[in-house]
Design a protein around this ligand. Structure first.
Ligand SMILES: [Zn+2]
Length: 313
Protein backbone atom coordinates (compact mmCIF):
# COMPACT_ATOMS: atom_id res chain seq x y z
CA UNK A 1 0.00 0.00 0.00
CA UNK A 2 2.85 2.31 0.89
CA UNK A 3 4.40 1.73 -2.50
CA UNK A 4 1.09 2.56 -4.18
CA UNK A 5 0.83 5.81 -2.23
CA UNK A 6 4.35 6.73 -3.26
CA UNK A 7 3.52 6.00 -6.85
CA UNK A 8 0.40 8.17 -6.69
CA UNK A 9 2.36 11.07 -5.27
CA UNK A 10 5.12 10.54 -7.84
CA UNK A 11 2.58 10.63 -10.69
CA UNK A 12 0.93 13.68 -9.15
CA UNK A 13 4.22 15.52 -9.49
CA UNK A 14 4.70 14.37 -13.09
CA UNK A 15 1.26 15.21 -14.49
CA UNK A 16 -1.02 18.27 -14.25
CA UNK A 17 -4.64 18.62 -13.15
CA UNK A 18 -4.43 15.36 -11.22
CA UNK A 19 -7.59 13.93 -9.70
CA UNK A 20 -7.65 10.74 -7.67
CA UNK A 21 -10.63 8.37 -8.00
CA UNK A 22 -12.64 7.74 -4.83
CA UNK A 23 -11.22 4.24 -4.45
CA UNK A 24 -7.67 5.55 -5.12
CA UNK A 25 -7.09 3.04 -7.90
CA UNK A 26 -7.04 5.54 -10.78
CA UNK A 27 -5.98 9.08 -11.45
CA UNK A 28 -7.25 11.44 -14.11
CA UNK A 29 -4.73 13.88 -15.48
CA UNK A 30 -4.38 16.49 -18.21
CA UNK A 31 -3.81 14.55 -21.42
CA UNK A 32 -0.20 15.05 -22.64
CA UNK A 33 -1.47 14.82 -26.23
CA UNK A 34 -4.64 16.87 -26.43
CA UNK A 35 -5.06 18.27 -22.92
CA UNK A 36 -6.20 21.75 -22.06
CA UNK A 37 -5.48 23.32 -18.68
CA UNK A 38 -8.07 22.35 -16.08
CA UNK A 39 -9.30 19.29 -18.01
CA UNK A 40 -8.39 15.88 -16.61
CA UNK A 41 -9.49 13.60 -19.42
CA UNK A 42 -6.72 11.04 -19.38
CA UNK A 43 -7.35 8.20 -17.02
CA UNK A 44 -4.46 6.14 -15.60
CA UNK A 45 -4.87 2.91 -13.64
CA UNK A 46 -2.13 3.27 -11.06
CA UNK A 47 -1.39 -0.38 -10.46
CA UNK A 48 -1.22 -1.49 -14.11
CA UNK A 49 -0.05 1.70 -15.89
CA UNK A 50 -2.90 1.39 -18.36
CA UNK A 51 -3.97 4.79 -19.69
CA UNK A 52 -6.69 6.16 -21.92
CA UNK A 53 -7.79 9.64 -22.96
CA UNK A 54 -11.55 10.02 -23.41
CA UNK A 55 -11.09 12.91 -25.79
CA UNK A 56 -8.34 11.93 -28.25
CA UNK A 57 -8.54 8.17 -27.56
CA UNK A 58 -4.77 7.91 -27.02
CA UNK A 59 -4.29 4.72 -25.03
CA UNK A 60 -1.75 2.13 -24.04
CA UNK A 61 0.12 0.48 -21.25
CA UNK A 62 3.30 1.78 -19.63
CA UNK A 63 3.65 5.45 -18.81
CA UNK A 64 7.14 6.00 -20.30
CA UNK A 65 5.79 7.60 -23.46
CA UNK A 66 3.66 10.05 -21.47
CA UNK A 67 6.36 10.95 -18.98
CA UNK A 68 8.84 11.55 -21.79
CA UNK A 69 6.43 14.16 -23.11
CA UNK A 70 5.60 16.04 -19.93
CA UNK A 71 8.60 15.51 -17.62
CA UNK A 72 11.50 13.69 -19.32
CA UNK A 73 13.76 14.26 -16.32
CA UNK A 74 11.49 11.93 -14.29
CA UNK A 75 11.65 9.04 -16.74
CA UNK A 76 14.56 7.29 -15.08
CA UNK A 77 12.94 7.45 -11.65
CA UNK A 78 9.75 5.97 -13.14
CA UNK A 79 11.58 3.13 -14.84
CA UNK A 80 13.60 2.26 -11.77
CA UNK A 81 10.95 2.57 -9.07
CA UNK A 82 7.39 2.74 -10.33
CA UNK A 83 7.01 0.94 -13.66
CA UNK A 84 4.22 -1.65 -13.33
CA UNK A 85 5.11 -5.29 -13.70
CA UNK A 86 1.53 -6.44 -13.38
CA UNK A 87 -0.56 -7.30 -16.42
CA UNK A 88 -4.03 -5.75 -16.62
CA UNK A 89 -5.58 -9.21 -16.99
CA UNK A 90 -4.09 -10.26 -13.67
CA UNK A 91 -5.65 -7.29 -11.97
CA UNK A 92 -9.09 -7.92 -13.45
CA UNK A 93 -8.97 -11.54 -12.38
CA UNK A 94 -8.22 -10.55 -8.81
CA UNK A 95 -11.13 -8.12 -8.76
CA UNK A 96 -13.89 -10.28 -10.13
CA UNK A 97 -15.65 -12.55 -7.68
CA UNK A 98 -17.12 -15.65 -9.25
CA UNK A 99 -20.85 -15.85 -9.70
CA UNK A 100 -22.84 -18.68 -11.21
CA UNK A 101 -26.41 -19.58 -11.98
CA UNK A 102 -28.08 -22.11 -9.69
CA UNK A 103 -27.30 -25.70 -10.75
CA UNK A 104 -30.93 -26.42 -11.61
CA UNK A 105 -31.59 -23.12 -13.44
CA UNK A 106 -34.27 -23.74 -16.05
CA UNK A 107 -35.47 -21.37 -18.76
CA UNK A 108 -39.16 -20.51 -18.70
CA UNK A 109 -39.41 -20.23 -22.48
CA UNK A 110 -39.81 -23.48 -24.35
CA UNK A 111 -40.45 -25.38 -21.13
CA UNK A 112 -43.69 -27.29 -21.68
CA UNK A 113 -43.67 -29.22 -18.43
CA UNK A 114 -43.45 -26.55 -15.79
CA UNK A 115 -44.00 -27.65 -12.18
CA UNK A 116 -46.36 -25.60 -9.95
CA UNK A 117 -43.64 -23.09 -8.98
CA UNK A 118 -42.61 -22.74 -12.59
CA UNK A 119 -46.21 -22.13 -13.66
CA UNK A 120 -46.66 -19.38 -11.08
CA UNK A 121 -43.38 -17.76 -11.98
CA UNK A 122 -44.44 -17.79 -15.63
CA UNK A 123 -47.77 -16.23 -14.66
CA UNK A 124 -45.94 -13.51 -12.76
CA UNK A 125 -43.59 -12.90 -15.68
CA UNK A 126 -46.58 -12.51 -18.02
CA UNK A 127 -48.14 -10.00 -15.63
CA UNK A 128 -44.94 -7.95 -15.75
CA UNK A 129 -45.05 -7.79 -19.54
CA UNK A 130 -43.02 -10.76 -20.67
CA UNK A 131 -44.20 -12.28 -23.93
CA UNK A 132 -42.86 -15.59 -25.18
CA UNK A 133 -40.23 -13.91 -27.36
CA UNK A 134 -39.15 -11.69 -24.49
CA UNK A 135 -38.69 -14.70 -22.22
CA UNK A 136 -36.21 -15.94 -24.82
CA UNK A 137 -34.63 -12.55 -25.37
CA UNK A 138 -33.91 -12.00 -21.67
CA UNK A 139 -33.10 -15.66 -20.95
CA UNK A 140 -35.50 -15.67 -18.03
CA UNK A 141 -35.62 -18.68 -15.75
CA UNK A 142 -36.15 -20.10 -12.30
CA UNK A 143 -34.67 -22.48 -9.76
CA UNK A 144 -35.80 -24.59 -6.85
CA UNK A 145 -32.72 -23.87 -4.78
CA UNK A 146 -33.76 -22.37 -1.49
CA UNK A 147 -32.28 -18.92 -1.99
CA UNK A 148 -33.77 -18.59 -5.50
CA UNK A 149 -37.09 -20.36 -4.97
CA UNK A 150 -40.21 -18.54 -6.23
CA UNK A 151 -38.10 -15.87 -7.87
CA UNK A 152 -38.10 -14.78 -11.49
CA UNK A 153 -34.43 -15.01 -12.39
CA UNK A 154 -32.88 -12.68 -14.95
CA UNK A 155 -29.23 -13.35 -15.78
CA UNK A 156 -26.96 -10.80 -17.44
CA UNK A 157 -23.94 -11.47 -19.63
CA UNK A 158 -20.92 -9.35 -20.48
CA UNK A 159 -19.64 -8.72 -24.00
CA UNK A 160 -17.86 -12.09 -24.04
CA UNK A 161 -20.95 -13.96 -22.89
CA UNK A 162 -19.70 -14.42 -19.32
CA UNK A 163 -22.26 -14.13 -16.54
CA UNK A 164 -21.82 -10.76 -14.79
CA UNK A 165 -25.06 -10.21 -12.86
CA UNK A 166 -28.10 -12.16 -11.68
CA UNK A 167 -31.26 -10.73 -10.25
CA UNK A 168 -34.10 -12.75 -8.76
CA UNK A 169 -37.44 -10.94 -8.32
CA UNK A 170 -39.66 -12.48 -5.64
CA UNK A 171 -43.07 -13.36 -7.07
CA UNK A 172 -44.83 -13.42 -3.69
CA UNK A 173 -46.02 -10.08 -2.30
CA UNK A 174 -45.42 -11.36 1.24
CA UNK A 175 -41.71 -11.68 0.51
CA UNK A 176 -40.35 -8.31 1.58
CA UNK A 177 -36.89 -9.24 0.29
CA UNK A 178 -37.99 -8.35 -3.22
CA UNK A 179 -34.73 -8.64 -5.13
CA UNK A 180 -31.88 -11.01 -4.63
CA UNK A 181 -28.84 -9.93 -6.63
CA UNK A 182 -25.45 -11.40 -7.33
CA UNK A 183 -22.82 -9.46 -9.13
CA UNK A 184 -19.22 -9.34 -10.22
CA UNK A 185 -17.49 -6.05 -9.21
CA UNK A 186 -20.33 -3.62 -9.65
CA UNK A 187 -18.37 -1.00 -11.58
CA UNK A 188 -17.49 -3.52 -14.28
CA UNK A 189 -21.09 -4.63 -14.94
CA UNK A 190 -22.89 -3.44 -18.02
CA UNK A 191 -26.26 -5.16 -17.83
CA UNK A 192 -26.50 -7.62 -20.73
CA UNK A 193 -23.65 -5.91 -22.53
CA UNK A 194 -23.78 -8.87 -24.92
CA UNK A 195 -26.94 -7.30 -26.41
CA UNK A 196 -25.79 -3.66 -26.31
CA UNK A 197 -24.54 -1.76 -29.35
CA UNK A 198 -22.57 1.30 -28.25
CA UNK A 199 -22.31 2.57 -31.82
CA UNK A 200 -26.06 3.36 -31.86
CA UNK A 201 -28.36 5.47 -29.71
CA UNK A 202 -28.82 3.84 -26.32
CA UNK A 203 -31.75 4.04 -23.92
CA UNK A 204 -30.90 3.90 -20.21
CA UNK A 205 -33.52 2.80 -17.69
CA UNK A 206 -33.23 1.98 -13.98
CA UNK A 207 -33.77 -1.75 -13.56
CA UNK A 208 -33.85 -5.00 -15.55
CA UNK A 209 -37.66 -5.18 -15.42
CA UNK A 210 -37.93 -1.74 -17.05
CA UNK A 211 -35.94 -3.07 -19.99
CA UNK A 212 -38.74 -5.44 -21.01
CA UNK A 213 -40.77 -2.46 -22.14
CA UNK A 214 -38.06 -0.82 -24.23
CA UNK A 215 -38.23 -1.84 -27.90
CA UNK A 216 -34.81 -0.37 -28.61
CA UNK A 217 -31.06 -0.68 -28.04
CA UNK A 218 -31.01 -0.38 -24.24
CA UNK A 219 -29.46 -1.29 -20.93
CA UNK A 220 -30.15 -0.44 -17.30
CA UNK A 221 -28.24 1.38 -14.57
CA UNK A 222 -29.08 -1.19 -11.87
CA UNK A 223 -30.08 1.83 -9.83
CA UNK A 224 -30.64 5.48 -10.57
CA UNK A 225 -27.13 6.84 -10.84
CA UNK A 226 -24.20 6.51 -13.22
CA UNK A 227 -20.75 6.28 -11.70
CA UNK A 228 -17.99 8.06 -13.63
CA UNK A 229 -15.67 5.17 -12.84
CA UNK A 230 -18.01 2.50 -14.18
CA UNK A 231 -17.50 0.50 -17.33
CA UNK A 232 -20.92 1.63 -18.60
CA UNK A 233 -19.87 5.27 -18.39
CA UNK A 234 -16.48 4.57 -19.99
CA UNK A 235 -18.08 2.70 -22.88
CA UNK A 236 -20.56 5.51 -23.55
CA UNK A 237 -17.88 8.23 -23.32
CA UNK A 238 -15.40 6.32 -25.47
CA UNK A 239 -17.95 5.50 -28.17
CA UNK A 240 -19.70 8.88 -27.89
CA UNK A 241 -22.95 6.90 -27.74
CA UNK A 242 -26.04 9.15 -27.93
CA UNK A 243 -28.06 8.47 -24.79
CA UNK A 244 -31.77 8.71 -23.98
CA UNK A 245 -32.44 8.73 -20.24
CA UNK A 246 -35.77 7.19 -19.26
CA UNK A 247 -35.90 7.12 -15.49
CA UNK A 248 -38.78 7.41 -13.09
CA UNK A 249 -40.10 10.91 -12.27
CA UNK A 250 -39.14 10.68 -8.58
CA UNK A 251 -35.43 10.74 -9.42
CA UNK A 252 -35.31 13.87 -11.62
CA UNK A 253 -32.37 15.31 -9.67
CA UNK A 254 -30.37 12.18 -10.29
CA UNK A 255 -31.26 12.31 -13.97
CA UNK A 256 -29.84 15.83 -14.17
CA UNK A 257 -26.65 14.61 -12.50
CA UNK A 258 -26.25 11.81 -15.05
CA UNK A 259 -27.08 14.12 -17.94
CA UNK A 260 -24.59 16.75 -16.71
CA UNK A 261 -21.86 14.14 -16.37
CA UNK A 262 -22.46 12.79 -19.88
CA UNK A 263 -22.67 16.29 -21.36
CA UNK A 264 -19.30 17.11 -19.77
CA UNK A 265 -17.88 14.33 -21.90
CA UNK A 266 -19.58 15.68 -25.05
CA UNK A 267 -22.14 12.88 -25.11
CA UNK A 268 -25.43 13.76 -26.81
CA UNK A 269 -28.18 13.36 -24.18
CA UNK A 270 -31.96 13.35 -24.41
CA UNK A 271 -34.31 12.96 -21.46
CA UNK A 272 -37.91 12.03 -20.85
CA UNK A 273 -40.06 10.83 -17.96
CA UNK A 274 -43.19 8.72 -17.67
CA UNK A 275 -46.30 10.60 -16.48
CA UNK A 276 -46.28 11.52 -12.77
CA UNK A 277 -47.14 8.58 -10.55
CA UNK A 278 -46.13 5.98 -13.13
CA UNK A 279 -42.97 3.97 -13.59
CA UNK A 280 -41.50 2.79 -16.87
CA UNK A 281 -42.53 -0.73 -16.01
CA UNK A 282 -46.20 0.34 -15.70
CA UNK A 283 -46.28 1.56 -19.29
CA UNK A 284 -47.16 -0.28 -22.48
CA UNK A 285 -44.42 -0.78 -25.04
CA UNK A 286 -45.91 1.81 -27.43
CA UNK A 287 -46.09 4.36 -24.61
CA UNK A 288 -42.38 3.83 -23.99
CA UNK A 289 -41.75 4.16 -27.72
CA UNK A 290 -43.60 7.49 -27.63
CA UNK A 291 -41.40 8.67 -24.72
CA UNK A 292 -38.31 7.79 -26.73
CA UNK A 293 -39.55 9.65 -29.81
CA UNK A 294 -40.52 12.77 -27.86
CA UNK A 295 -37.45 12.89 -25.59
CA UNK A 296 -36.02 16.42 -25.15
CA UNK A 297 -32.49 17.35 -26.10
CA UNK A 298 -30.72 17.97 -22.79
CA UNK A 299 -29.22 21.45 -22.53
CA UNK A 300 -28.82 23.87 -19.66
CA UNK A 301 -31.95 25.69 -20.82
CA UNK A 302 -33.90 22.43 -20.95
CA UNK A 303 -32.78 21.54 -17.42
CA UNK A 304 -33.96 24.91 -16.10
CA UNK A 305 -37.29 24.63 -17.90
CA UNK A 306 -37.95 21.17 -16.46
CA UNK A 307 -36.97 22.41 -12.99
CA UNK A 308 -39.34 25.34 -13.24
CA UNK A 309 -42.11 23.14 -14.61
CA UNK A 310 -42.22 25.20 -17.80
CA UNK A 311 -41.98 22.10 -19.95
CA UNK A 312 -43.94 19.13 -18.91
CA UNK A 313 -42.13 15.98 -19.78
ZN1 LIG B 1 -6.11 13.24 -25.17
Amino acid sequence: MRAANNKTSFLSKVFSDVRLSTDSSEISVRCPFCGKAGKSKMCIIIETDVYHCWVCDEKGRGLGKLIKKVAPQKLQEYNEQYRSTKSPAQKIEEQIPDISLPEDFALLAGNDFLDPDGRQILKYATSRGFTKSKLWKFRVGYSKENQWRRRLILPSFDEDGELNFITGRAIDKANTFRYKNESVSRNTVVYNEIDVDFSRGLVLVEGPLDLIKVPYNATCLLGSSLNAESRLFHQIAKNQTPVILLLDPDVKKKVFRIADLLSDFSVDVKVNFPPEGKDINDLMEDEVEHLIKTAQQYTYACKMKIKLGAIKI
